[in-house]
Design a protein around this ligand. Structure first.
Ligand code: ADP
Length: 398
């Protein structure tokens, strides 16, 4: 295959990230990356950096909606300043029960995935919007979907099946997991010596943790939606269903109909809970650390709950894997919050997890286990774009 410019599009609820790679046989070279951020807020940002980090575009546009945001990206990419993409890879959290493989995007495929918006309600609406716009605005360029749920497809039925009546299981309700492209990128970066028993904690604004045996996922904390699992910045994580029913009944007292009540419950569980809900302050670990430094007890409780759930999950996974060879921290908190890594590992010494405080005193890639630790503890930033490019190249070959 000759050299191919491949565009990667990765959209979140208020941002569209993008990157262009040159794919040449086994070589992948980043040409530029950028983002439109702050969609629907007064803090719109639009930037593009070249591969050395030099700013090519740096603007603060008004971004009232995703349409204005994506049009800005598309017009800039078509301005002649950048190479035209020969293929486009889209990140998608979950395509529903019928779309489990990464593949070429067609209008019919988008319609099918959109049926399952409720399985990733914060992510799917903008992702399918951008896929449709991308087919329209880049005619003749093949677009491919790369699913987070793809990495989790190896999980056994005992893990994916939900303990609910069969009629709902038949509608596709099951554990799909999320952050799969990040996990896949950690396994990719560990090659060729991927440890047999591996736990990866992806701790970002959304947080999850996975158990991986011989490079294949056996369990992950997020469930049908990214709201399940361990506590995240603004999401409950796993919770007694009775709590949601209690809140729903409270909301229903003033809601005009069932749909409004459901939407409000979704906002509570996905946007107002987690670290933000417990601290009553912020979903950002940097703010919580600052508040803890000033003696804020609620911020302390939020971080303690975050650490406690992660520790419980690690304990469960060690049992499930029958031991542990390596623990990897990734994501914005995993890479940058030195105290969080120390707090998670403290108390897990009986599992062979012993952190070295000096080695842990870093941000970014490092090995942070003590010499006495049976388990290797590492910090590895994810390389999600690279995984999407690799899938696009493979699918173009097919
Ligand atoms: P997303 O889930 O949106 O991809 P990221 O993986 O980028 O999120 O992580 C963002 C989160 O990382 C922030 O909300 C914050 O909690 C945390 N974070 C980022 N930088 C730092 C830092 N220097 N120290 C502690 N936490 C940080």
């Amino acid at each position: 295959m000759s050299s191919l410019p491949i565009l990667v599009l990765n959209s979140g609820s208020s941002s569209i990230k993008f990157a262009m790679y040159q794919a040449d046989y086994g070589e992948r070279t980043k040409i530029f990356e950028g983002a439109v951020d702050g969609i629907g807020t007064d803090n719109g940002k639009f930037w593009i950096n070249d591969a050395t980090g030099q700013k090519l575009v740096d603007q603060t546009p008004h971004l009232p909606n995703r349409s204005v945001a994506f049009s800005l990206v598309e017009k800039t990419l078509h301005s002649g300043q950048f190479p035209a993409p020969k293929a486009i890879g889209h990140r998608m959290v979950c395509g529903g029960p019928t779309v489990l493989e990464n593949q070429l995007i067609t209008p019919a495929l988008i319609d099918e995935m959109e049926k399952y918006t409720a399985f990733a309600p914060l992510h799917t609406p903008i992702a399918v919007y951008i896929m449709r716009e991308s087919l329209r605005l880049f005619p003749g360029v093949p677009n491919f979907v790369c699913l987070d749920s793809y990495f989790h497809r190896t999980m056994p039925e005992v893990v994916t099946h939900m303990p609910i009546p069969e009629e709902y299981s038949a509608m596709g309700v099951r554990r799909f997991g999320a952050h799969g492209i990040s996990y896949e990128s950690i396994v990719y970066q560990l090659q060729p010596t991927v440890p047999e028993k591996l736990i990866v904690a992806h701790l970002g604004n959304g947080a999850s943790i996975s158990a991986i045996r011989k490079g294949a996922c056996v369990d992950t904390s997020m469930g049908l939606t990214p709201t399940g699992g361990i506590i995240s910045g603004t999401r409950t994580g796993d919770i007694d269903p009775g709590v949601l029913l209690f809140i729903l009944r409270k909301i229903a007292e003033t809601a005009s109909d069932a749909s409004e009540a459901a939407d409000k419950l979704e906002t509570v569980a996905s946007k107002k809970a987690g670290l933000l809900g417990v601290s009553d302050l912020s979903n950002d670990m940097r703010d919580l650390r600052e508040a803890i430094g000033k003696g804020n007890a609620k911020a302390r409780l939020a971080v303690d709950k975050f650490v406690w759930t992660i520790q419980k999950w690690i304990g469960g996974y060690v049992a499930e894997l029958g031991g542990l060879d390596m623990l990897v921290f990734t994501g914005g908190i995993g890479e940058n919050d030195i105290a969080c890594r120390a707090e998670v590992c403290t108390g897990l010494e009986a599992l062979g997890i012993v952190i070295d405080p000096e080695r842990n005193n870093v941000r970014g890639e490092a090995t942070i286990s003590a010499d006495t630790s049976r388990v290797e503890i590492r910090v590895i930033p994810p390389a999600e774009d690279l995984i999407i490019v690799n899938h696009v190249v493979r699918l173009l070959g097919d």
